[in-house]
Design a protein around this ligand. Structure first.
Ligand code: HMG
Ligand code: MG
Length: 327
C-alpha cells in the first residue's frame, strides 16, 4: 500500500480566469489497454475499473466494441460489461465503430457510446479501413440510432494536430470533421492529439478553427498523448481557452495500435496534480488513483511512465515493479 501520509500534494495557487471545476474523462481501460502487448484477464480489467471509480473518476471509458481481430486486447467487451459493479454516479461509455458495434454495445447494456473518426485520410484508412468521409458515414447511422434510443454520444476526432504519414494537419480539417460530428448530434467532441505532437499555440489555433465551425467550447474535450512531454502544457492552453473536459489515462497507459509513433496518453495523475495545483476541483482522490496505477503496473509487469505516479510511489517507499521478462 502507498502510505497516504507520506505524500506531499501540490499547494493550490488558483489563477484568475480558470474554471473552478474540470471533468476528467478516464480512458485507461479502453485507450490504455487496447495498446498493451499483454492481454489482461477480464477480472483484472474489472478490478481496474472498480478501483478507478473508487478514486472518484465519474466517466470511465470501459472498453470498445470493435472487431476483435483488429483489437484482440478488448475482445472480452461483452463479458466485461456484464461484470461491471456499476455505481449510480459513474458513466461507462464504450467505443463503437459501426452499427454492428452499436448492436453489441447495447446488448451488453451500454448506456453511453463514443464514435471515432479522423481528421486525416491516411489514419481513417489505418484505423478504420475507410476514408475520412467513409468514417463519418460509418458513424452517422450509429449516432442517429443512439439519439433515438436516448444514448449519449461522444465523437472523437483523431490526428487533429499532426499525423505520422501526412505531417502537420491543417486545423480546418479537424474543424470540418468536428463540426460534422456535432451536427450529427454528438454531445461532446474530443479533439485527439493521437501521436502527442501538439504544441500550446497549435491548441489555440485548432480550438479557434473548431469554434468557427460552430462547436461551442463547452462541447469540446481535449485528448492529449504525452510523446514529447507537452501534454500538460497543452492542457493549460486549453484551460485558458475555456475548455473544461480533458481525457487522461491512469498511470499514462496507452498509445494507439494503429499509429506506431503514439506513446501513452496523458497520465490522469499528472493531470490531477496540475489541476489540484491550480485549485481546480476534479473530485479525484490522488492517493487512491496512484495506488491503482502501482497495482496496474504490477499486472503489466512494467513501471508506469507517469512522473507523478513514480514520485508519489517512491516518496512512500514503493518501488515501481521491474519489467518482467516475456511480456
Ligand atoms: P474491416 O475488416 O475493414 O471491415 O473492419 P469488415 O466490415 O469487412 O469486417 C471484418 C470482420 O469484422 C467481419 O467478420 C465483421 O463481421 C467483423 P468476419 O465476417 O470476417 O468474421 N466486424 C465486427 N466484429 C465485432 N464488432 C464489430 C465489428 N465490425 C465488423 N463492431 C472495422 C472495419 C471498423 C470493424 C475495423 O476497422 C475496426 O474494428 N477498427 C477499430 C480499430 C480501433 O479500435 N482502433 C483504436 C481506437 S481509435 C483510437 O484509439 C483513437 C482515440 O483514442 C482518439 C485519439 O487518440 O486520437 C479514440
Ligand atoms: Mg487516444
Amino acid at each position: 500500500m502507498v502510505d497516504a501520509a507520506a505524500m506531499v500534494f501540490p499547494s493550490p495557487a488558483p489563477v484568475p480566469g480558470l474554471p473552478a471545476m474540470v471533468s476528467v474523462y478516464e480512458v485507461g481501460p479502453r485507450d490504455g489497454l487496447q495498446a498493451e502487448k499483454a492481454v489482461l484477464p477480464t477480472e483484472v480489467k474489472l478490478e481496474f475499473i472498480h478501483r478507478l471509480q473508487q478514486a472518484g473518476l465519474r466517466s470511465i471509458e470501459a472498453t470498445s466494441f470493435v472487431s476483435p481481430r483488429w483489437v484482440p486486447q478488448l475482445a472480452d467487451a461483452d463479458e466485461l460489461m456484464a461484470g461491471l459493479a456499476r455505481q449510480g454516479s459513474v458513466r461507462y461509455p464504450v467505443l463503437v465503430p459501426n452499427e454492428r458495434g452499436y448492436d453489441r454495445a447495447r446488448a451488453a447494456g451500454a448506456e453511453e457510446i463514443a464514435v471515432f473518426v479522423s481528421a486525416t485520410e491516411r489514419f481513417a484508412r489505418e484505423n478504420l479501413g475507410t476514408t475520412r468521409s467513409g468514417a463519418l458515414e460509418l458513424a452517422a447511422p450509429v449516432v442517429r440510432r443512439a439519439l433515438a434510443d436516448g444514448v449519449a454520444v461522444r465523437g472523437y476526432v483523431s490526428m487533429c494536430f499532426g499525423d505520422p504519414w501526412e505531417g502537420r494537419v491543417d486545423p480546418a480539417q479537424a474543424a470540418a470533421v468536428a463540426g460534422r460530428l456535432v451536427e450529427l448530434g454528438c454531445r461532446t467532441v474530443s479533439l485527439g492529439d493521437t501521436i502527442g505532437v501538439a504544441t500550446a499555440g497549435q491548441v489555440v489555433e485548432v480550438l479557434d478553427a473548431v469554434t468557427a465551425a460552430g462547436v461551442r467550447r463547452d462541447q469540446i474535450a481535449l485528448h492529449f498523448h504525452d510523446t514529447y512531454g507537452q501534454a500538460l502544457t497543452n492542457v493549460l492552453a486549453g484551460l485558458h481557452a475555456g475548455i473544461t473536459e480533458f481525457d487522461a489515462s491512469a498511470g499514462g497507459l496507452g498509445g494507439c495500435p494503429y499509429a506506431k509513433s503514439a506513446t501513452g496518453n496523458l497520465a490522469t495523475e499528472d493531470l490531477v496534480w496540475l489541476l489540484t495545483g491550480l485549485g481546480i476541483d476534479t473530485g479525484i482522490d490522488l492517493t487512491v488513483l496512484v495506488c491503482t496505477s502501482v497495482w496496474m503496473a504490477e499486472q503489466l509487469g512494467r513501471p508506469s511512465p507517469s512522473r507523478v505516479v513514480a514520485a508519489l510511489a517512491s516518496g512512500a517507499g514503493i518501488d515501481p515493479p521491474a519489467p518482467a521478462a516475456g511480456r
